[in-house]
Design a protein. Structure first.
Length: 335
């Protein structure tokens, strides 16, 4: 019995070593689109330095990356395409024609489907990546952002004109639900179980918490040091919050403030704001590093990215990128 216990302990130690070695071997990358340029900046999340610049086409708007980090997807407003990038080489491998002017896209974890809101057609394109074509287009009232919560079956698209977030079932290529969110939806996140949505809405310095099953909404207003909105070149003046992200462990929601040029920290369990971190001008989009160590936010007004130590709740570096950075995504390459 003692021999078996010792042997199991030994095997457990080997497993832990292999997991640790695998994590160290992964390259953690942050991708930043430069919306007034033609490129995507690549930042190494170990050194916190820019290591590459991916040239695509003018007006890169949306970014998404599949779960294994092998392919990056970017929407291009100037020519209405979805570009596919091999992250091993940072080279474009496909340009897929869309039905109109695209916005923020979302990809299934397996990289099979990408949902792309089409702003000028009141629609969302569903792209089959292997076929390299749009296989379905669904109607949406003033679409804006697509989102994936970790499912290969469901994708989400916001309908600003209907004050809803629509759920796309990829097995039927149709909507399975339309969730009213209590305002005109801006960026949003959905918990991995699909039960809760956190939605930035027009005119609110904060977000709506939405229980998907019951439809019940809770308005969460963040405190503010500045109460007069600033006129910005890339956002309507009534957009006070434009980015939010859930921590990998689901315990915290980090939310941008365009009033205070800050990120506010919301404790999900305690249901309250617990912190604030100053960032650059015009914080736009938020993402966590895969290991949860950093939270990263693009600053459109200062053309840089704030990288924040989550545990210390302080900015550790501000990295210069291209013109008017917006969407940011992070992934572990070699996973």
């Amino acid at each position: 019995m003692r021999h078996m216990t010792a042997w199991r302990a030994f095997l457990f130690l080997i497993l832990c070593f292999e997991i640790a070695t695998s994590a160290l071997a992964q390259d953690l990358r942050l991708y930043v689109d430069n919306s007034e340029g033609d490129d995507v900046s690549v930042i190494d999340l170990k050194t916190l330095n820019t290591i590459d610049d991916i040239r695509l086409a003018h007006n890169v708007h949306g970014l998404a990356i599949q779960a294994d980090g092998r392919r990056l997807f970017a929407t291009i407003e100037s020519d209405s395409t979805l570009r596919v990038v091999d992250t091993a080489t940072n080279k474009e491998i496909a340009a897929i024609k869309l039905t109109g002017r695209p916005n923020q896209c979302a990809v299934t974890p397996d990289g099979h489907y990408v949902a792309v809101p089409i702003r000028d057609k009141n629609a969302v394109d569903i792209v089959d990546v292997e076929q390299q074509k749009v296989v379905k287009t669904l109607p949406v009232s003033q679409p804006h952002n697509a989102f994936n919560a970790g499912s290969n079956r469901y994708l989400f698209v916001s309908a600003m004109g209907a004050k809803q977030i629509n759920v796309i079932d990829l097995t039927t290529m149709a909507y399975s639900a339309k969730v009213t969110v209590g305002g005109i939806p801006r960026p949003y996140v959905v918990t991995p179980d699909g039960a809760t949505m956190y939605v930035a809405v027009t005119g609110l310095h904060g977000f709506m918490k939405v229980d998907v099953a019951s439809g019940k909404t809770q308005r969460v207003e963040m405190p503010a040091e500045n109460h007069t909105p600033k006129q910005r070149p890339y956002e309507p003046i009534n957009t006070l919050t434009h980015g939010l992200a859930l921590s990998p462990d689901g315990t915290e929601l980090w939310v941008t403030s365009l009033l205070d040029n800050s990120l506010y920290v919301y404790d999900v369990k305690a249901n309250k704001i617990t912190g604030r971190v100053q960032v650059g001008d015009g914080p736009n989009w938020v993402t966590f590093s895969p290991d949860g160590k950093y939270v990263c936010v693009s600053n459109t007004g200062t053309d840089d990215v704030s990288i924040i130590d989550v545990r210390a709740r302080r900015e550790v570096k501000r990295v210069k990128v291209g013109k008017a950075p917006k969407r940011v995504v992070a992934a572990a390459l070699g996973a």
